[in-house]
Write a protein that binds this ligand. Structure first.
Ligand code: NCD
Length: 329
């Protein structure tokens, strides 16, 4: 469904990406950011897609993903429109979600969407595949479930961080925090099947442990993982630690109440135990789990990770609209 005649069309789930596509997207993101550095290069990017329009349908809060997609579109000359509040769309008049999406598709060439519930992007893509003028659907975060474009930018960041050390293959990567409801950690774990010799370490309390669906996927693909609720016992083994926040917006009752922030955080006290060439990542926004006091540590990669996100999204749009061949050398 995601491949229309072998082209990248809908972006719904990290499992649709294989190693060749990941390597290709990362190389393209780097090429695009280099182009954009010069006035001439930036101008040539703007001429790639001025005939395309994008709809940003973000009915769940977003800063980075929204702004990076919006800017990615503008870098390529794509015009954007947005709905960020469903209370001002015709959904309040009783229009169904499907009719709303179909309406957007009448005016634009790609729909980028973030929703509080899981499965809406997939449902929209299925609708597109039934109508006369389908447009690609990009999942920019689907509830507690998936965030595929974040996983792509995380892979891009890991790849760049380990560029002179053999890339992501063979690395030990720790994922810490609310892994049960954190879609970024779930999506990143899915992409790990594309790398050889990777070992994952899940650092979370039992009640927020990584989901059994993700663990079953890792077993099926032979990716070793271990689980612990003690960062100190594993921190020295990690080449990367991916820190995440407690996803309180998905609370049922007071389930977040017992979460012990102090045990699943990185601050100055944890740094001495971390390898000198390890990287610290976080999808942001941060909570108490990531101390701003460590922002200037050379291992802190999250601000670069944020910038990488925009270039990865530019690369995705270039692929979706198949204009890579028109890039100047
Ligand atoms: C993440 C998200 O929305 O899932 N943020 C982002 O897109 N960078 C992470 C989070 O909100 O915890």
């Amino acid at each position: 469904m995601n491949q229309h005649n072998d082209r990248l069309f809908h972006v719904l789930d990290p499992r649709q990406f294989d190693r060749a596509m990941l390597d290709d997207l990362c190389a393209l993101a780097t090429r695009l950011r280099q182009h954009a550095k010069s006035r001439l290069g930036a101008r040539s990017l703007q001429t790639l897609l001025p005939h395309k329009r994008a709809m940003l349908y973000f009915t769940q809060p977003s800063t980075r993903t929204f702004l990076s997609f919006d800017n990615a579109c503008h870098l390529l000359g794509i015009r954007t429109s947005e709905i960020r509040d469903p209370s001002i769309s015709s959904e309040v008049k009783g229009e169904t979600f499907e009719d709303s999406i179909r309406t957007f598709s009448s005016y634009v060439d790609v729909i980028i969407m973030r929703t509080h519930e899981a499965g809406m992007a997939t449902q929209s893509a299925a609708l597109m595949d039934r109508i006369e003028r389908p447009v690609p659907i990009v999942n920019a975060g689907s509830g507690k479930d998936q965030h595929p474009t974040q996983a792509l930018l995380d892979i891009y960041t890991l790849g760049r961080s380990f560029e002179t050390r053999g890339g992501i293959d063979g690395k030990t990567i720790g994922l810490m925090g609310d892994l049960r409801r954190g879609r970024t950690a779930r999506s990143l774990a899915y992409l790990m099947k594309n790398y050889g010799g990777v070992r994952l370490v899940f650092i979370a309390p039992d009640t927020f442990a990584m989901g059994s669906d993700i663990k079953a996927h890792l077993r099926e693909h032979g990716i070793p993982f271990e689980e612990t609720d003690e960062l100190a016992s594993v921190i020295g083994e990690l080449d990367a630690v991916y820190v995440t926040r407690l996803q309180t917006e998905h609370d049922v009752g007071d389930e977040s109440k017992g979460f012990e922030h102090a045990r699943f955080r990185i601050g100055s006290e944890q740094l001495p135990a971390l390898k000198s060439d390890a990287v610290i990542m976080h999808p942001l926004p941060r909570g108490p789990e990531l101390d701003p006091a460590i922002d200037r540590d050379p291992r802190a990669m999250y601000w670069r990770q944020e910038r990488n996100g925009m270039w990865m999204r530019v690369a995705l749009l270039v692929k979706i609209f198949e204009v890579e061949g028109e890039l100047p050398d």
